[in-house]
Design a protein around this ligand. Structure first.
Ligand code: COA
Length: 116
């Protein structure tokens, strides 16, 4: 039976497989072959958003949840820095967010200003 410490280190190891590359604005696997590309944008009220423009996983590694792991890391990052998210990538808008609806609260919605 796995002890609490082993469980914790297994969870940390799983998370550690995805790295934040601040210079290239990517979350990526250690071999850099799978990645989520974002750009930082200024939005209303002096806030910043992460425009998540592209997710890529090599053909041989698809269908195993790797893109979802890249998104988990990117959304965690956005939440911890109080950034909004613009889900430009169709995988994120059409698959990842519908499966993880709690992240909807981070999605930037450009609401029209009231004239009142
Ligand atoms: N748009 C929306 N959803 C997509 C998709 C796309 N372009 N490509 C695959 N999916 C869905 C699959 O239908 C599958 O759905 P299911 O779980 O309901 O069957 C799910 O994504 C698989 O999720 P996951 O295993 O986390 O994804 P993955 O590791 O296989 O990677 C991509 C998914 C899209 C990143 C990968 O197929 C890829 O690199 N494709 C080429 C680049 C691309 O089209 N990127 C997305 C647009 S920016």
């Amino acid at each position: 039976m796995a002890g609490k410490e082993e469980e914790r280190s297994a969870a940390e190891e799983k998370k550690a497989e995805i790295k934040w590359n601040e210079e290239t604005q990517r979350f990526e696997t250690e071999d850099k072959e799978a990645y989520l590309q974002y750009h930082l944008l200024q939005i209303a009220d002096g806030k910043t958003a992460m425009d998540m423009v592209h997710t890529f996983v090599p053909r041989s590694k698809r269908g195993m949840g790797l893109a979802a792991k890249l998104c988990d890391a990117a959304f965690d990052h956005a939440r911890s820095r109080d950034l909004s998210v613009i889900p430009t990538c169709s995988y994120i808008s059409d698959t990842y967010i519908p499966k993880n609806p709690a992240w909807n609260s981070l999605v930037y919605k450009d609401e029209p200003k009231s004239s009142m």
